[in-house]
Design a protein around this ligand. Structure first.
Ligand SMILES: [Fe+2]
Ligand SMILES: [Fe+2]
Length: 330
């Protein structure tokens, strides 16, 4: 069962809010009325604001898309996302919220089937959209996405706490990484996009081991051996889905490594790219300041202190910048 009820074979359930208003559909859209699936709008028809509101008034919150139309749905999402972040008339916060809704849907889908290339490619577009959104705003405004959305919003009541944490963490690390990179002011928009993609995807390899990820007690030695493989698994999953970007692969592969080579997996040259170090800092910071099953969140100050113990020796300059970044915006 994917959500709280079973679906007839051949349909994907989608939250209605995910659809873009006034956009031409690239799939047949069904709704469920008294247990029956009704074709509501055909491919190529416009799903306008009036129809959207009508459904809301009737209490309809989900629509259904035939599985064979899913490639069209992902194409529709990608078109909608690129229009969204280029439309300055829509308030920044509205754009951020829509991006977050799409991220939430896609990351849940990826959790269920981490190898589905359509979901992965669509989530890549969310990363690109995030980088453009953050790049087009002042850093202070951009940071509100992380504060307001990722700290409060739940990814779904049917998720176990650890699943919810994993998905929030992916969003959090994506936003933090792009924001920190923008703060450093040495990356162009292309590089910011790659940093956002690395942040969103960095732990997808752990989705291949739900038995470990969903454990509510502390992990065993064997569990940790599996977990240590997740950076390699992530890169492999992305390559299979056609997402093969050198800087992204390097950052993801070494987000648990540091310049003294004490992390994993083994890394001989021992000088990591700036992108990999940004990802490592943001990953650690996000994980320490989040609430988990077995530990409460650390305050930003305590997290920075711990981060200093880990990274000050090997990346002193970046650490000092990170402290200034968090002091200014968190
Ligand atoms: Fe990780
Ligand atoms: Fe992580």
């Amino acid at each position: 069962m994917r959500y709280e009820e079973s679906l007839p074979l051949g349909f994907q359930r989608i939250p209605l809010d995910l659809l873009f208003k006034e956009e031409r559909l690239l799939f047949d859209l069904f709704i469920k009325v008294q247990g029956h699936f009704l074709l509501y709008r055909r491919e190529k028809q416009i799903f306008d604001d009036r129809l959207h509101r009508q459904l809301h008034v009737q209490g309809v919150t989900y629509c259904y898309i035939p599985l064979e139309d899913l490639p069209g749905f992902y194409e529709y999402l990608s078109k909608g996302l690129s229009k969204l972040h280029s439309n300055q008339k829509i308030l920044f916060f509205k754009r951020a919220e829509k991006l977050f809704q799409i991220f939430r849907f896609l990351s849940r889908e990826i959790y269920e089937s981490p190898q589905n290339p359509y979901n992965l490619q669509a989530l890549q577009l969310c990363g690109i959209s995030l980088a453009s959104l953050i790049d087009s705003q002042s850093l202070k405004t951009s940071f509100s996405i992380q504060k307001v959305l990722s700290s409060k919003a739940s990814f779904g009541s049917t998720l176990k706490p650890n699943q919810d944490y994993s998905l929030k963490h992916a969003f959090d690390v994506g936003v933090l990484s792009v924001s920190f990179a923008k703060f450093l002011d040495e990356f162009d928009r292309e590089a910011l996009k790659e940093i956002a993609i690395s942040g969103f995807f960095h732990d997808v390899g752990t989705f291949l081991m739900p038995e470990v990820l969903e454990k509510e007690e502390r992990l065993s030695v064997e569990d940790w051996e599996k977990v240590h493989k997740h950076p390699e698994y992530t890169v492999r999953i992305l390559k299979k889905a056609g997402i093969d970007i050198a800087s992204v692969n390097h950052a993801i592969l070494f987000h648990h490594q540091s310049n003294d080579g004490t992390g994993y997996p083994e890394y001989q040259p021992k000088i990591l790219s700036k992108e990999a170090q940004i990802l490592a800092f943001c990953d650690h910071y996000s994980s320490m300041t989040a609430r988990k099953l077995y530990q409460g969140p650390l305050s930003p100050y305590a997290a920075l202190q711990k981060l200093g113990l880990k990274f000050y020796e090997t990346s002193p300059d970046l650490y000092k910048h990170f402290v200034r970044f968090i002091q200014n915006f968190a």
